[in-house]
Design a protein around this ligand. Sequence first.
Ligand code: CO
Length: 213
Amino acid sequence: MQSCDELLQKNKVWAAKKQKEDPDFFNRLADKQSPKFLWIGCSDSRVAPEIVVGAEPGDIFMHRNIANQVIHTDFNCLSVLQYAVSILKVEHIIVCGHYNCGGIKAALDKQRSDLLITNKWLMHIKNTYRLHQDEIDAFDDQNDRFNRLVELNVVEQIHALSHTSVIQESWRENGGPTLHGWVYGVHDGIITPMITLKATDEINPIFQYRQVK
Ligand code: CO
């Protein structure tokens, strides 16, 4: 892909092919969406969510940011989460990180003075590193350290989801959604599941909402 003209040209080809294969395809999607999945992924161009899981338009509600983070002061991500859970009633939420993540690598380096805003976004990953510093530093190879932090970051985001009022309320009232932490291999295209949390799992008491009587 080299130019925007090429993108628009390929779009016309795609839409025509889709219409030919399934004449009702766009009609079905025109009025409403009912995806079963919310995907929270990294912005990285190598991880194209629908493509790597063979999904179609309408299948996956999506939020992407640098290093697939769920930050409790990020109203962008939280709005997506609330709409997905409360209105669309998705059955599964997937946080998908990926090996060789540039955001994770940057977080394990000094802060860059030319990326003052991005530094702040990466600060949360630095804190996850501090939480698991002994385990991560035990690896001799720097790539192994990066990739272990990729895995731990995904696990951390699943816990962060379980700490939100949106998830706790939905777990209590609907018994779902189930939370899945995955890591995608940009080197082989394979997804490795790391963690699953569901409504019956115990949340650390300090993150539980107190029930108002
Ligand atoms: Co990334």
